[in-house]
Design a protein around this ligand. Structure first.
Ligand SMILES: NC(=O)c1ccc[n+]([C@@H]2O[C@H](COP(=O)([O-])OP(=O)(O)OC[C@H]3O[C@@H](n4cnc5c(N)ncnc54)[C@H](O)[C@@H]3O)[C@@H](O)[C@H]2O)c1
Length: 330
């Protein structure tokens, strides 16, 4: 696909719709780029949004319509809750703006299909916020797999154990939608799509929230191998070899892995006593890639077609959990 390209040499002007926790990671990422500038933000709660605008040193918009109409803004980051992603992605694209949409992209496959149609019809970038695959060592893992350096792929593991307080978790959907999405698109990026999934969930740490804080999935891959995904807000892994975020691919000729522990800084993180800087690094790389695609055109690393399959896998996990069955991905 050929996307609309910017005609002048000014930095890509960016607007944020939503100024919750994740906006802070995106602000750091935009600030690090010489070819992008955060022009302004809008947030449903005015006082939070105005505080963030001051913190970020950018404009505050009174309505999302004002933000998308601003000629200084070329691209919009949709950073609100899952249920409103389509509404704001649509608003932005209808006003000719490129869009980066946080994961999980949408509530249903049909919503992602609508984003895809808008993006194609208007020649605009609409890129899923699949940040993990922008981690440099996962790119190396992918090329090792594609070059056949690992031989025949046997198995892929994506494990996520990251304690979250109930207060923080209460603003997010359950683990299957919120966290497992990362495991799913990361697995797909490395070893391809699944054919069948079987999932289970549990609630072990929340006292009052009724949603799950743990989910595990077994998948049969199109390449004939198997995958195991695990996502949890219930507890941290304090062992010597922690599975905070761990990716491992085992093949007949070799293995490769990546973990958040590859880069840790001793400073308070949003949910932890220390900071997994590789996580922020993946968002920096994702935003740099998005800006690059807006400027130069071309297909983003992560596409809306990938997001559609990831959403089908999420929905298959939900069906597997509720009906106690193994579900085929159509
Ligand atoms: N890529 C990642 O690693 C990562 C990490 C955290 C969150 N996220 C995603 O980012 C998005 C925001 O998460 P967050 O952590 O910033 O959550 P948050 O609870 O801190 O912020 C939620 C934001 O959504 C807005 N919002 C909620 N309901 C709304 C509505 N009906 N209309 C308009 N705005 C509404 C809130 O005002 C706020 O700006 C979610 O889609 C989440 O899955 C991604």
């Amino acid at each position: 696909m050929h996307y609309m390209q910017k005609k002048n040499n000014k930095p890509v002007g960016i607007g944020f719709i939503g100024t919750g926790e994740v906006s802070q990671l995106h602000e750091i990422a935009v600030k690090a780029l010489p070819n992008a500038k955060l022009v302004g933000v809008w947030n449903r709660n005015c006082s939070t949004g105005m505080k963030r605008a001051e913190q970020y040193g950018c404009k505050w918009f009174e309505t999302p319509e004002d933000l998308v109409k601003d000629p200084e803004i070329d691209a919009v980051f949709v950073l609100t809750n899952l249920e409103t992603h389509l509404q704001y992605a649509r608003l932005a694209m209808e006003h000719g703006k490129h869009v980066l949409v946080e994961k999980p992209l949408a509530f249903t496959v049909a919503e992602i299909e609508e984003m895809k149609a808008l993006s194609e019809n208007r020649g605009l970038v609409c890129m899923p916020g699949h940040n993990m695959i922008h981690e440099a060592s996962l790119k190396r893992a992918k090329s090792l797999i594609e070059n056949g350096d690992l031989g025949k792929i046997i198995s892929c593991y994506v494990m996520y154990n990251i304690h979250h307080s109930e207060e923080r978790a209460s603003t997010l959907p359950g683990i299957v939608r919120h966290l497992l999405t990362h495991n799913i698109y990361t697995m797909m990026y490395l070893v391809g799509n699944p054919r069948r999934v079987s999932a289970m969930k549990a609630t072990r740490h929340y006292e009052s929230l009724t949603q799950e804080d743990l989910a595990m999935v077994l998948l049969e891959l199109e390449n004939g191998g198997l995958a195991h995904l695990s996502a949890s807000f219930a507890a941290d892994d304090y062992s010597a070899d922690p599975w905070t975020f761990l990716v491992k691919v085992i093949g007949t000729a070799g293995t490769t892995h990546y973990t958040y522990q590859d880069w840790v800084e001793i400073k308070k993180g949003y949910a932890h006593s220390h900071t997994y800087s590789a996580y922020q690094g993946s968002i920096n790389n994702e935003v740099a890639h998005f800006v690059d695609v807006c400027l130069k055109g071309g297909e983003p690393l992560s596409t809306l077609d990938d997001a559609i399959i990831a959403q089908k896998v999420v929905e298959a996990c939900e069906k597997s959990i509720s009906e106690g069955v193994t579900v085929a991905i159509e």
